[in-house]
Design a protein around this ligand. Sequence first.
Ligand code: GLN
Ligand code: ZN
Length: 759
Amino acid sequence: MITTHNLGFPRIGPKRELKFALESYWRGDISQQQLEQTGLKIRQQNHARHRQLSFTQTGDFSFYDQVLDTSFLLGNVDNQYKKDNVTELDSYFRIARGRSSCDDSCACFRAGEMTKWFDTNYHYIVPEVSANTHFTLSPTRLLKQVEEAQLAGNQVKPVLIGPLTYLWLSKTTDNSNKLNLVDRIIPVYAQLLQLLAEKGITWVQIDEPILVTELTDEWKHALQKTYHSLKASNIQILLATYFGQLRENLQLACELPVAGIHVDTINARDEVKKVIDWLPVHKVLSLGVIDGRNIWKTDLIKTIHWLQPIYQKLRERLWLAPSCSLLHVPVDLSVEENLAEEIKPWLAFAEQKLEELQLLAHALTSGEDSIQDVLALNQEAIENRKYSRRVNKQEITNQLLKVPELSGYRQTPYAVRAEKQKNTLRLPLLPTTTIGSFPQTSDIRQTRKRFKNQEITTHDYRSSMQKEIQQAVSQQEELGIDVLVHGEAERNDMVEYFAEHLEGYIFTQFGWVQSYGSRCVKPPIIYGDISRPEAITTEWASYAQSLTDKPVKGMLTGPVTMLNWSFVRDDQPLSQTCYQLALAIRQEVFDLENKGIQIIQIDEAALREGLPLRKSDWQSYLTWAVKAFRICVNGIKDETQIHTHMCYSEFNDIIEFIGQMDADVITIETSRSQMELLQAFDDYHYPNEIGPGVYDIHSPNTPNAESIVKLIRLAAEKIPVNRLWINPDCGLKTRRWEEVIPALTHMVNAAKQLRQELA
Ligand code: GLN
Ligand code: ZN
């Protein structure tokens, strides 16, 4: 038989059971024991799902985050969090979530910083290290879970985050070299492997995804050193790499002294031949043949045919698995009730992916004939998807021929446009505006929900939304803001709202994926060519504009953000899908312009999130991402002012591309960085207008006018005042009106004060 295994499974539960248990526990509604019970139940269910595979993995469950679990496992936890005799779990949640019961002046329960796990939308808690960091193994929780998994009867393979990846993901608090800690971390891993061996474990999976990134020689040496040291343990290590190609690290990965390696053949199929050539003959090769990052059914026959010669060559040295942990896909397709009948068979979620894995192994060892019927069904679904008229629409692909022409710059350079815009818009110096959304009250959410469930008529829904718009507009007029917004009350989410109005998208009921902690997202699925049957936002924007003499900004989500927060097609390059989205948004831009909207904002909150793991691949991504943005606005009138918005971003290394987007105004999140992010714009001599956020909307604290004035002054040191805008960091939908009104009052006052001073 071929060995089959999995790298990790979603732990949130098929109906987000873990989320609800966690949140009840944090509210104090259930006990720790009840929470543990939910965790146990999810793990047991997951073990049962793996019964047919050669291994059941353990260590992939977490109450919040697997990196934070690793910090606890390695004893890399600040003792502050453990004070007051709280349980280990509570100190864990203190790091995950920050201060719970202290007053504001107490910094002891500062939440750990969170950031994206490689190029996924999963966020981990960043470990902190310094020259003083010492590791001490704290294995109780993991060992208990190993025993628990063993009870389920299958062979158990613990999964660990590798020591080098752990250090790579950490941040140093004292600027010391993290790699100095290698000598301290190795013995802890060695000790852990020893304990696992004593429990009867024979294989352990150690994840070192940093092998698909650009590594300096120092890191490469550290990898060699580490695995040479761990070689002494009497346990076999499967070194797992995923999320990309090994490229220049391929030989290194193959030669590390471990018992086997796992490679991601979804991202790096072309490298497999080379890996086989380099891999010493005693080592196992685990091929990740099922896409762990996307929701499409695997083409089984194609995969079997590709694997057959490899299997002939490697025999029992060949293992099969998904490409990476299945954490990044929803749990179970079978619970979906509302998916279009034609499309549902094209999909596979985590549960279905495990079935596919078994089928592949079965076909390879017992022949395709042994599962002929299932393979035929799979083939049918693959073919149906490939040739479906719902997927491929000639009229839309024809539109793509226009991309070279439409992705050019606007008709005239910024300086010319700016002059014309000044004349038509007649805005004061330091114009004030907001990023789009206003507080999403429970009234608003109720109305949307009732409309969705068809409990209220379209007419009633519209008039409710118009009432919200009226209130938002009059509130902004009262505040004295210069460029108004309609408030986005109709939007549940900046991506989902647009997706729901485009063709080519479908939506699941339970397709939740963990984003961080108890937070999940339900990315919409792009299955086919994208089109926009009718205008999406003009009704709301025009209505808002009809209520005021001040300019109202039309609000759109940009194509790159739509793409990066959706499950995407795997049957065409990402750039093509992105261009299709851009062509749809472009229609919306023209419609807004035709309705007399003079300012249009296209949000690209997730532009940076799509950056490839290797810097050498950035250029190609950014080139098409920027083109997609320009497609949205190419050919509009000079007088129409285009804004874009980006959330917290490092701009240094992408500023050239921000320049190429050529938005008339870019608003960014800067208040927490004390305007430091503006340095990049200054150094680059960024020629267009900028609205650096002056109000940290993530904080419940209301900024006072002085602190805003201070921030604007700092900004004015870097950007000429006649190109500065005044706005909050981001949308205000998560805040309450009681917070927003004073904050915006202070913002407007600060702008007024500085206008007089700087004019
Ligand atoms: N226009 C959006 C809003 O205000 C932008 C949100 C974002 O950038 N994340 O909500
Ligand atoms: Zn934002």
